[in-house]
Write a protein that binds this ligand. Structure first.
Ligand code: MN
Length: 430
């Protein structure tokens, strides 16, 4: 069975491949990677344009991509033969997973070994399917795992699709004096980084686009005869697809990246990932959100009570569902997520909006403010946002059901009060 028409295209002509600097591809893409270990230092990315006819903003974006790819090439050459950790947010999404994998494959060409790690869990059924179906090499390291590891093996760490604010692992790495070497992200700049390589481009809708551009500049030419490359391209396509709301929010550069990936990805695997079924528990959370929602001024707000750590991703899925109701432009769903192992509890919330003039980042920051150290409880990007409010001293003790009930009611009313202040136009018109 032919999975992808491009699989049969063993050869992509050099005019088609915008930066064809790869040595002739062998039958086996993985052998090909190994034989290229020595070559990167002598390879200079060419300066060909990503597409033949570009708009001025795309040309600017192109130049920036070329420049960043060259900077990254220099960094990787400088650190060749080292080991790095690649840190994902605690609950990694497809954009993060696929981008980290691509970084790992690029770094491998410079004999840099990367371990891709996250502290939380893979919660969304599509993410679990993505990792299983592509053998994506991400590992779960809890704080305890991290502390049990010999961190002196690593000469640096990279943050991909995050800026360190959504991972519990980062403070431990900082304490261990492992240097932050690389930040690649598309969220708004959260702090100034003083590390060797920073590529933060909020104008781009997915980190997968940035990594695809690196591939296109020749940092790692994809080989359609390598099953690993096919799977990585599929993962990137999924990352791009999911961070752009099925390409509906994609910008020109994201489409260009998707066009490039379309030559390599496996449509059947992508379809299987997208068709992963929801678990019964996720369905139950969606049902609770539907039952508990209040609708005011086109905002739909629902608290769903307690849910298990593994089902955390039911919250954004419930918000995705509530925002589809007639006369609703914005949905906010939240609940208390508890980790039985650590007795840790945190309020997790998600916002989805179809209102063009509503900025989720501003909305969440204004609704919930900052903690005592000045850090916001959440933020967002176009059409989606999220927040996390640690429960600290109030965590646990839920075997006492009246305490658990009271605690939920307090958090539920406080969150509603804060949201309704913004939703009610008399006090604060949006
Ligand atoms: Mn992303």
């Amino acid at each position: 069975m032919q999975l992808n028409p491009s699989l049969n295209q063993q050869e992509i002509t050099s005019s088609e491949n915008f930066n064809d600097i790869s040595p002739s591809s062998g039958e086996d893409g993985e052998t090909d990677i190994k034989t290229k270990v020595e070559t990167p230092q002598t390879q200079k990315p060419q300066t060909a344009s990503i597409i033949p006819e570009s708009s001025p903003s795309l040309i600017r974006g192109n130049l920036q991509a070329q420049q960043k790819a060259e900077e990254l090439r220099q960094l990787l050459s400088k650190h060749s033969h080292e080991r790095q950790l690649v840190i994902l947010q605690d609950f990694p999404d497809p954009d993060a997973l696929s981008s980290a994998w691509t970084y790992q494959l690029i770094a491998q060409q410079y004999d840099i070994k990367c371990d891709i790690i996250y502290a939380g869990t893979l919660s969304h059924q599509e993410n679990i399917a993505l990792v299983r179906l592509t053998n994506l090499p991400a590992q779960r390291w809890t704080l305890q795992t991290l502390k049990s590891k010999d961190l002196s093996l690593y000469q640096g760490f990279a943050l991909i699709d995050n800026q360190g604010t959504t991972s519990q692992l980062v403070p431990v790495l900082e304490q261990s004096k492992i240097p932050l070497l690389v930040v690649i992200d598309h969220h708004n700049l959260q702090e100034d980084f003083n590390c060797e390589f920073v590529d933060i481009r909020p104008s781009i809708r997915a980190t997968a686009t940035i990594l695809t551009q690196y591939l296109q500049t020749g940092l790692l030419p994809l080989d359609s005869s390598s099953s690993q490359h096919i799977k990585c391209a599929t993962a990137l396509m999924h990352g791009l697809h999911s961070d752009t709301n099925r390409l509906m929010q994609a910008k020109e550069e994201d489409f260009m990246a998707a066009a490039y990936l379309s030559r390599f990805y496996d449509a059947q695997i992508l379809k299987a990932i997208l068709q992963a079924n929801r678990s019964k528990r996720v369905m139950d959370v969606i049902e609770r959100s539907l039952k508990n929602r209040i609708v005011q001024n086109n905002f739909s707000i629902a608290g769903v009570g307690y849910l298990r750590y593994d089902d955390r991703d039911a919250i954004p899925q419930a918000a995705d569902f509530l925002v589809t109701e007639e006369n609703v432009h914005t949905a906010v769903v939240y609940g208390i997520v508890h980790d039985e192992d650590d007795e840790l509890e945190v309020v997790i919330g998600s916002l989805r909006t179809t209102k063009l003039t509503l900025d989720p980042d501003e909305f969440i920051k204004e609704a919930f403010g900052q903690d005592s150290s000045g850090r916001f409880f959440g933020g967002g990007r176009s059409s989606a946002g999220g927040f996390e409010i640690p429960m600290g001293f109030l965590s646990g003790g839920n075997e006492n059901s009246s305490y658990a009930k009271m605690k939920w009611e307090v958090f539920d009313s406080q969150i509603k009060q804060k949201l309704l202040k913004l939703v009610n136009p008399k006090d604060n018109p949006i």
